[in-house]
Design a protein around this ligand. Structure first.
Ligand code: SAH
Length: 248
């Protein structure tokens, strides 16, 4: 069981697989006023940067679940590197339907809300692991500007304009689900560059090392086309944020 190999290639050097930067992840950790020993669950934990740095900076304990074997191994290595391997635990597996044995203070899914079949389903899934008074974190894209056409939306790698909402409408959707928005940290265009542009050097180096690989053609095509696609579409139209929610 794993994610499509192309992501394991293009994002193999990423610590954070989203447009949020290390600085903003730290801002978010501080904003949540985490207590030492607080339990955090992270579905789609990627390379584990959130749990590892929050364990180091705030003394949280945590579990991350991710379907990528490569990213999960990176997460375990990062925990050792930051001296928090006793406090964070990374499970390689499908997070769909994952509910923790012990209730947590923070239940998160950053940039992987397909795990619960969309934002509403993921909030419902995370709520099943959450202690009373706990916080749900959802990392999700929204439109910075509404794309004029579905072609532009597709340029942002969405299927259609209807895939995402404008920020006020996304916030309204949380309210309509019965949640108070209690904090948020939004990515910016520089953050998108950190997520997208970091793939380009990784792809270039991977191509030099793996010219005969079955995916070499696809990676070459991406390296050639992605910078302009990013500049024309994602960077201009797509926003991204982490939203902290508490049930009303
Ligand atoms: N939250 C992390 C990773 C976001 S990228 C971060 O911000 O860095 C999306 C992640 O979801 C990838 O690591 C991918 O491997 C993982 N993923 C995709 N489908 C999944 C599933 N069904 N169960 C668990 N993880 C999944």
């Amino acid at each position: 069981m794993d994610i499509p190999r192309i992501f394991n290639i293009t994002e193999s050097a990423h610590r954070i697989h989203n447009p949020i930067t290390a600085d903003k992840l730290a801002t978010l950790g501080a904003a949540l006023r985490l207590e030492p020993g607080a339990r955090v669950l992270d579905l789609g934990s990627g390379s584990g940067e959130m749990l590892c740095t929050w364990a180091r900076d705030h003394g949280i304990v945590g579990t991350g679940v991710d379907m990528s074997q490569v990213f999960t191994e990176h997460a375990r290595r990062r925990a050792v590197e930051l001296g928090v391997a006793e406090r964070v635990h990374f499970v390689h597996g499908d997070a769909a339907g994952y509910v923790s044995d012990e209730r947590v203070s923070v239940a998160a899914c950053l940039g992987a809300t397909w795990i619960g079949g969309g934002v509403a389903g993921t909030i419902e899934l995370l709520a099943r692991s959450l202690d009373i008074g706990g916080i749900i974190l959802i990392g999700e894209p929204y439109w910075r500007q509404l794309p004029p056409t579905d072609t532009v939306a597709k340029g942002c790698l969405a299927n259609a304009i209807s895939d995402f909402l404008l920020l006020p409408a996304l916030l309204a959707s949380f309210r309509e689900l019965g949640y108070d928005l209690v904090e948020m940290v939004l990515a910016d265009q520089d953050g998108w560059d950190r997520y997208e542009a970091a793939k380009w050097l990784t792809m270039r180096r991977w191509l030099e090392a793996n010219p005969g690989d079955a995916l070499a053609g696809e990676v070459r095509e991406k390296l050639t086309t992605e910078p302009e696609r990013h500049a024309a579409y994602t960077r201009e139209y797509l926003g991204w944020g982490v939203f902290a929610l508490m049930a009303r």
